[in-house]
Design a protein. Structure first.
Ligand code: AMP
Ligand code: MG
Length: 382
């Protein structure tokens, strides 16, 4: 079934964007003409946008790169400083492993919620409300209440990194015992009071499947409302594109990484393909993002709630949809499904496209995504 990305198929949006850019140009032109004493030829004046770029470490275990088009570097610096401050704040709020003075974060919640209603920061409440709404739609794949199982895997990877000779993978019975304490229904939210309580004292929440995308979306919404709406945020495997670049291109080029051991795409580098898009998110889940190899077996970070071991249906899956939190949730969900099930699932969703890399290296994508893929002839200009 041929379906289209909202961002490419919505000519109104594209026209509206052009119109806004044109309006901006006209307003500036008018302003310049009003101070005509300084100008000899008003008709020749035009707005010059420049691309700027910045990068920072320290949040969400990844480097975050932001590019944007602005008339002045000072505009870019101001908008991206605010973005960075938001990422720092959200990183602390969603951190499951560290406490921060004065912040009722996920770590504090996991420590205290078994004893009764525990206050949480508004952003954490908002994320948990979102998850309560969306998780049940993921066909039993994503479960943020699986933290006690995910922590065993996390500790195993950490121990291996510290001392690879004396580590063995978690035993099935230990995992099964932990999995008895993973019912999201036991997480009770009270949005009015701003508190969360766990009815199961051994339950642990892990929001790693959605937190980065959720954070990127909040930052993107702020930037879209700023005076620099033309931007792109790259947070590891999590890309959020704002309005189109202001250099004549219609789309940003977003490269998809080739999983190790898979033949690279036509571009010849370690890039599998490039997607040309604007006003949307591109989020990838893959077995190469966080893993260790022990006795020839790869143990990565996305755990099947059925087997309680790393899922092996796919090498990677990329989701394209406007909302970055949704894209992040779906990328993890799709990684936990066989390709056929995932394709049927995505085809039932509105405004979602996807691209899969199977264990044998085969690359498949939804029909609607081909219009945006360099491998199918797409460019940044059409
Ligand atoms: P992502 O890279 O977005 O697919 O998210 C992977 C992260 O989600 C892992 O590092 C874990 O923190 C978490 N995770 C792994 N398996 C699951 C699962 N079945 N349900 C919910 N979260 C998971
Ligand atoms: Mg995810």
């Amino acid at each position: 079934m041929a379906r289209h990305l909202r961002t490419r198929a919505d000519p109104w949006k594209e026209n509206a964007r052009k119109e806004i850019t044109m309006k901006k140009t006209l307003i500036l032109l008018l302003a310049l003409c009003l101070s005509a004493t300084m100008l000899t030829a008003c008709g020749a004046a035009a707005v010059e946008y420049q691309q700027f770029s910045t990068a920072f470490f320290g949040t969400f275990d990844t480097i975050i790169i932001i590019k944007g088009y602005a008339e002045e570097k000072s505009t870019f610096d101001r908008v991206t400083q605010e973005a960075q401050d938001m990422f720092i704040r959200l990183h602390k709020v969603f951190d499951a492993y560290n406490a921060y003075e004065g912040i009722n974060n996920l770590y504090a919640l996991n420590e205290n919620a078994k004893n009764g209603p525990t206050p949480v920061e508004p952003e954490l409440m908002d994320l948990l409300l979102y998850i309560k709404e969306e998780q049940p739609k993921t066909q039993g794949t994503v479960n943020v209440a699986l933290g006690s199982v995910l922590r065993i895997w996390h500790d195993f990877r950490e121990e291996y990194t510290a001392n690879p000779l004396h580590v063995s993978p978690p035993a099935a019975d230990v995992l099964a015992e932990a999995a008895k304490h993973a019912d999201l229904g036991d997480v009770v939210l009270d949005p009015e009071a701003g508190t969360v309580a766990f009815l199961d004292s051994e339950l642990i929440l892990d929001v790693g499947a959605v937190a980065k995308g959720y954070a990127a979306e909040r930052v993107a919404q702020r930037m879209l409302a700023s005076d620099m709406p033309s931007f792109i945020i790259n947070a590891g495997g999590n890309v959020r594109a704002g309005e189109a670049p202001l250099d004549g291109r219609l789309y940003w080029g977003i490269s998809i990484q080739t999983p190790d051991g898979v033949a690279p795409g036509e571009e010849g580098s370690d890039m599998l393909d490039t997607l040309f898009l604007a006003g949307t998110s591109v989020v990838t889940s893959g077995d190469y993002q966080r893993y260790i190899t022990l006795d020839g077996v790869r143990y990565h970070h996305i755990i099947s709630p059925e087997t309680l071991y790393p899922a092996d249906y796919l090498r990677a899956v990329t989701v394209v949809t406007e909302d970055s939190a949704y894209a992040d949730m779906l990328s993890t969900a799709l990684f936990l499904m066989p390709y056929e099930q995932g394709l049927a699932y995505v085809e039932g969703l509105e405004g979602v496209e996807a691209m899969w890399v199977l264990p044998d290296g085969a690359v498949l994508m939804t029909d609607g995504l081909t219009a945006s893929a360099r491998s199918h002839g797409a460019t940044a200009l059409e």
